[in-house]
Design a protein around this ligand. Sequence first.
Ligand code: NAD
Length: 486
Amino acid sequence: MRTPHVVENWIDGRSHGSVGGESLPVIEPATGAEIGRMAASGAADVDLAQTAAARAFPAWAALPATERAAMLERLAGLVERDVERLALLESTDSGKPLSLARSVDIPRAAANLRFFAETVREWKADEDFRAPHAVSRVMRRASGVAGCISPWNLPLYLFTWKIAPALAAGCTVVAKPSEETPMTAAALGELSAEAGFPAGVLNVVQGRGAECGAAIVRHPGIPVITFTGGTATGAHIMSVAGPMFKRTALELGGKNPTIVFADADFDAAVAGAVRAGFQNQGQICLCGSRVLVERGMYERFREAFVERVRALRVGDPMDAGTEQGSLVSAAHRGKVAAAVERARAEGGRVLCGGRAPEHSELPERVRGGAYWLPTVIEGLPMNCATNQEEIFGPVVTIQAFGDETDAVRLANESVYGLAANVWTADHARGMRMAEQLEFGIVWINTWMLRDLRVPFGGMKRSGVGREGGEEALRFFAEPKSVTWPG
Ligand code: NAD
């Protein structure tokens, strides 16, 4: 990639501009500056990518799993070799602190590739079942070309989380990163050639969701769609892919509770709630945006929490000490600002933040950036829009609860069901809560601690299906049952 950045499609083993020659700006959100151009692809580009992927499919699927695994591991090694370059691209593209991209996003992208390489090595694609008069074999074979559509908040991390199991299982891929953050996926396409992937196995098309993403979803030659993004987009994708009987997995939004009991380790709970609320400027689907605190220690907790949130260092993502970078775009900041206005109108009291920083509060380089101060709001009922709708920014609400039953009731009062985190010294209570919480993921005394083998995903409007472990490999493979007398 050159500077100013030129972000092209990666199709059939090489870079291409879009067929129509259209492009979009690449904006650095921390400064507001245009730093390059990206291909604005449409149906013709998706066709090219699908054709290349379909051509590459039979040979890729026929390779022994160990060879596909070895290639994924080589790609992981290249991501690790290039961690500095990729972290810089990720931070520039998204506004997240460089330190976070370097320590979390890019290492996790490499870990995803390695994890699915290991998993497919162990995976039994064939399983035999014996009955008194019959033997059956279940054969799982890659489904064909997989369409992988990912969001902007954890760009390479979530992009690899989708393509790695698809490729490991033997699918070839047409993948689309978000148009807000195209750069690291483009870089990964180039690295895939260096890792030895045959042309056409991994194709990356760049462009807007409504054009490029929609063309993937409706393409008849792409039978599998895996999508991570907003719930409204997921509903639309389902309405197109459903009648085409495509295999579809959706990882969608969240409005996650952080539940703190009075017996919790106080300092750990405060630090955990701050991290859960504000990591990546609150732009993680797993962020705890509804903080529920047991009444007996509510005031003490609120005070310590707000103090810590106020102290978060907002600054240039490139500075080592920065804890809060920019939001992903000026448009997204506009949505966050509107959500905070609505919270005020609903009667919420803003305890800190609640506005964009003044110029004097930011280093000169980033004064044109899409910043929003970490915000805590109190005094809102659970059924108001602020507590029901995902804001996806550095904004959390805080409220008290009476007892376990009350905590469960408040936490479950949501159309979403992605992740909950519970803080208590009583593990049995943590497990009781886990039993009753309507969330696909429950953390006890921690947040975002992941074992990649366990199912990842949400209930209710947070998604359909689960990612992670063998379930992810199975998603990309069609089972066929073969039975004979025996
Ligand atoms: P988004 O839905 O706007 O976009 C996600 C991706 O879908 C992008 O690549 C976009 O270009 C594409 N897209 C948009 N419209 C499309 C269409 N009509 N057809 C096909 N593709 C289309 O979401 P976003 O704003 O990029 O990401 C934020 C959302 O993602 C939040 O709601 C967040 O909770 C969710 N998210 C969920 C998870 C999870 O694992 N559950 C993880 C990260 C983010």
